[in-house]
Design a protein around this ligand. Structure first.
Ligand code: GDD
Ligand code: MG
Length: 323
């Protein structure tokens, strides 16, 4: 069985971070998003097909130097084709029932159970569903008593959303779905799903966690979720006089002496947080330097950035890449 991994978006909401690095390679708890997703795909999937355009070389280089232990096929997508067009474009690799997974989601979805659900229902498509308070930034599904989807609408106005159940970004599809994808740029969610409703489309709800890592807030919340409830402090870090609150992570050879590491903070390897500074609810990628008496809150500080003494960084993404 094949899986198609959708990672072709430009990550616009995570700029300037995504000027340097494509969203799928963005580390969450030190591991690129795409690896979290690949690791969640069950063993019965023997090949993962990845249509790529934006920063293809970086993806290729990463996957070659960190082979994920299963067959990965990168397919060129020189112009973005949309989520549907990207799937159509790799159609020749698909030989039967297949999976499609959005590559920017951190989730506890058990993909093997999801596939069993799809087979038991026998529809042309099944999609994973997750409940949220405000469904308007997502695809919204309405279910009947038999878990069949009766309506689907991508990004409705908040007042027009007919359910709190959203498309969680994993699809189990029959090969025939390819026949429903037209030419050119095609959105799976806007143009294909509505056409599949009559053919039997089912929704699979699950428990645990689900976070679309498309925004700063969500990348931070993914870290907080995966951190659990403890402070994980590397033995090779320097923490004299520091206060480290849980949950948090202080990586190898990081120096946080005399600083306050607040809850929900991920300090990567070799970062330095100066004395009398406080970092809270934030992620520092590798080799970041935070000066003395700084305050960093709810922010992502990209690799290699230096934050000058006394600075306040609140709710920002700071990177050296500007475009
Ligand atoms: N190959 C390719 N080509 N991939 C694409 C393209 C494209 O043109 N456009 C987007 N993608 C990839 C993105 O990289 C991402 O992994 C996935 O497809 C979904 O695109 P996003 O841009 O992240 O969409 P979204 O988050 O606004 O909405 C989608 O995901 C939600 C759940 O996370 C939709 O599928 C919603 O219905 C869904 O609720
Ligand atoms: Mg997304």
């Amino acid at each position: 069985m094949k899986a198609v991994l959708l990672v072709g978006g430009m990550g616009t909401r995570l700029r300037p971070l995504t000027y340097r690095i494509p969203k799928p390679l963005l580390p969450v708890m030190g591991k690129p998003l795409i690896m979290h997703v690949i690791d969640s795909i069950p063993g019965e999937v023997d090949e993962v097909i990845v249509p790529v355009g934006y920063k293809r070389e970086m993806m290729e280089e990463y996957l070659n130097s960190h082979p994920p232990g299963r067959r990965i096929t990168l397919v060129d997508e020189p112009e973005p084709l949309g989520t549907g067009g990207a799937v159509r474009n790799v159609g020749e690799h698909i030989d039967g029932q297949f999976l499609v997974i959005n590559g920017d989601v951190i989730t506890s979805l058990d993909v093997a159970s999801f596939l069993r659900f799809h087979r038991a229902k026998g529809g042309i498509a099944s999609i994973s569903l997750w409940p949220v308070e405000d469904p308007s930034p997502f695809g919204v599904a309405q279910l009947d008593g038999d878990q069949r989807i009766t309506r689907f609408q991508e990004k409705p106005k908040r007042e027009e959303a007919f359910s709190k159940l959203i498309n969680a970004g994993a699809y189990a599809l029959e090969r025939e779905v390819l026949d429903y994808i037209g030419d050119g740029f095609v959105s799976m969610e806007r143009e294909v799903f509505p056409k599949l409703l009559d053919r039997g489309m089912y929704g699979f709800q699950f428990e645990g966690h689900w976070i679309d890592c498309g925004t700063r807030e969500n990348v931070l919340s993914a870290h907080r979720t995966l951190m659990g409830d403890r402070a994980a402090v590397s033995k090779s870090s320097v923490t004299e006089g520091a206060t480290v609150h849980a949950p948090s992570h202080v990586g190898d050879e990081a120096v946080v002496a005399g600083a306050v590491i607040g809850p929900g903070t991920y300090v990567s390897q070799r970062c330095v947080v100066g004395p009398m500074s406080a970092v809270e609810g934030s992620v520092l990628y590798g080799d970041v330097r935070i000066g003395t008496r700084c305050r960093v809150v709810d922010s992502i500080i990209d690799q290699g950035v230096s934050v000058p003494d006394g600075a306040e960084v609140v709710s920002q993404i700071v990177s050296r890449s500007e475009k």
